[in-house]
Design a protein around this ligand. Structure first.
Ligand code: HEM
Ligand SMILES: *[C@@H]1O[C@H](CO)[C@@H](O)[C@H](O)[C@H]1NC(C)=O
Ligand SMILES: *[C@@H]1O[C@H](CO)[C@@H](O)[C@H](O)[C@H]1NC(C)=O
Ligand SMILES: *[C@@H]1O[C@H](CO)[C@@H](O)[C@H](O)[C@H]1NC(C)=O
Ligand SMILES: *[C@@H]1O[C@H](CO)[C@@H](O)[C@H](O)[C@H]1NC(C)=O
Ligand SMILES: *[C@@H]1O[C@H](CO)[C@@H](O)[C@H](O)[C@H]1NC(C)=O
Ligand SMILES: *[C@@H]1O[C@H](CO)[C@@H](O)[C@H](O)[C@H]1NC(C)=O
Ligand SMILES: *[C@@H]1O[C@H](CO)[C@@H](O)[C@H](O)[C@H]1NC(C)=O
Ligand SMILES: *[C@@H]1O[C@H](CO)[C@@H](O)[C@H](O)[C@H]1NC(C)=O
Ligand SMILES: *[C@@H]1O[C@H](CO)[C@@H](O)[C@H](O)[C@H]1NC(C)=O
Ligand SMILES: *[C@@H]1O[C@H](CO)[C@@H](O)[C@H](O)[C@H]1NC(C)=O
Length: 306
């Protein structure tokens, strides 16, 4: 019997090699080590989102930036030191915020179960919970078991976060670099249904598209006029505009209605289709190059390595 059990376990381990190695994320990773973990994250997140409706956008973008630089390892949370300029201080960090909420969650978790829950998992869970609160429904499933990295570099953020000026070829390349498909690219871009963008990141398309004081002819002229009234000059780096005009606080598929492309027809016509696809792509984004098992560490404080 004993022997049989060992053989079964061995077989199971061969079949599910990844899990036995601790090499994979799973549901309710903290079920026994910190049973209240997910509830604590949800409670703090909901409390904070109730008072700050822009938080879901902040978290969604933070999660994306975390995952695209060294995998989802919480490296986006690390502060710069005298010797190191961290991801936070890279140019694409513009408009990242919500770090104080992560810290509040971490403090409560450390009080309840010290050294157990990673900062990387906190970002993934808080992102989902913030949008679930706003949407008033459960969104996607978040697998857990990520561990924290101890390297955060501004230059790596620049190299891996796609530029706002990137063309489709660049974007496809940057997603392929993370084993994400063109479909993931299209679907995850739907994240821009919430949140805002700074004028200077696109105002060349309003004021100087080809260097002749012109605007991008592919922009709807009514929309371009509206944008010009909000973004007053090429160099305006303080004004922000809603990325999904009229519904920037609502997580919906409206964003795609603004993009007239064959590729997104299906996503435009059905919001449940969009949510399903978005959930699947988020799961894949949340698994990019994760540290699991004995790799990495569980940071004590999310902004500094142990
Ligand atoms: C496909 C490549 C992407 C590019 C080039 C891109 C670019 C940008 C830019 C330029 C902004 C405006 C930042 C600012 O001016 O403050 C922005 C905002 C945002 N991005 Fe993306 N993004 C991309 C993909 C994603 C993905 C995959 C997600 C999440 C799944 C995401 C979530 C967000 C959110 C939620 C905001 C709003 C942030 C806020 O309101 O503060 N983006 N993105
Ligand atoms: C979460 O919040 C609910 C409602 O406020 C409360 O009853 C519960 O005890 C909280 N749970 C944790 C783990 O903080
Ligand atoms: C920065 O580097 C110097 C010299 O290499 C070293 O003495 C110091 O401990 C480092 N500081 C930190 C915060 O890593
Ligand atoms: C972003 O980087 C700039 C320096 O490039 C820094 O002044 C700013 O505080 C950073 N923002 C965040 C949210 O860390
Ligand atoms: C959110 O959902 C709950 C239960 O599903 C419902 O009782 C409540 O009225 C909803 N709130 C809003 C604002 O839709
Ligand atoms: C996309 O941009 C790159 C430079 O970043 C350029 O080499 C390439 O030709 C562009 N591709 C298209 C299709 O415009
Ligand atoms: C691909 O990833 C590597 C590092 O992981 C980075 O140096 C490179 O710039 C990335 N390329 C693109 C197009 O994102
Ligand atoms: C528009 O672009 C051209 C070519 O890049 C540049 O010479 C000119 O200074 C730009 N105009 C403004 C107002 O920045
Ligand atoms: C441009 O946008 C306006 C306002 O949203 C809309 O009424 C109009 O149909 C659009 N024009 C085209 C050509 O799509
Ligand atoms: C905005 O532009 C001004 C003037 O060009 C510059 O001094 C400032 O640092 C910029 N701010 C940001 C956040 O990039
Ligand atoms: C970073 O973590 C690795 C283990 O993942 C460890 O070997 C290394 O010493 C750590 N480096 C620093 C600077 O803490």
């Amino acid at each position: 019997m004993e022997k049989f059990n060992n053989v079964s376990i061995l077989l199971l381990c061969i079949l599910t090699l990844q899990i036995c190695n601790g090499g994979e994320l799973r549901k309710q990773f903290y079920r026994t080590s910190c049973p209240q973990a997910e509830q604590i994250v949800q409670n703090v997140t909901w409390k904070r989102v109730a008072n700050n409706p822009v938080l879901p956008a902040k978290f969604l973008r933070m999660h994306f930036h975390d995952c695209f630089v060294r995998g989802c390892d919480g490296s986006v949370l690390i502060d710069s030191t005298t010797n190191n300029t961290a991801e936070k201080d890279a140019i694409p960090n513009r408009s990242l915020s919500g770090f104080d909420v992560i810290d509040e969650i971490k403090t409560q978790l450390e009080n309840t179960c010290p050294g157990i829950v990673s900062c990387a998992d906190i970002i993934a869970l808080a992102t989902r919970d913030s949008i679930s609160f706003q949407f008033n429904g459960s969104m996607w499933e978040v697998l857990t078991g990520r561990r924290d990295g101890n390297i955060s570099s501004a230059s790596e953020a620049l190299a891996n976060i796609p530029s706002p000026f990137a063309n489709f070829t660049n974007l496809r390349q940057s997603f392929a670099n993370k084993s994400l498909t063109v479909k993931d690219l299209v679907v995850l871009s739907g994240a821009h249904t919430i949140g805002v963008g700074h004028c200077n990141l696109f105002s060349n398309r309003l004021y100087n598209f080809t260097g002749k004081g012109d605007s991008d002819p592919s922009l709807n002229t009514t929309y371009a006029t509206t944008l010009r009234s909000q973004c007053r000059s090429l160099s305006d780096n303080t004004t922000t505009v809603e990325m999904d005009p009229g519904s920037s606080l609502t997580f919906d598929n409206h964003y795609f209605s603004s993009l007239k492309q064959e590729k997104v027809d299906e996503l435009t016509s059905s919001s449940s289709k969009f949510f399903t696809e978005f959930s699947q792509s988020m799961k894949r984004m949340g698994a990019i190059d994760v540290l699991t098992g004995n790799a990495g560490e569980i940071r004590k404080k999310c902004s500094v390595v142990n």
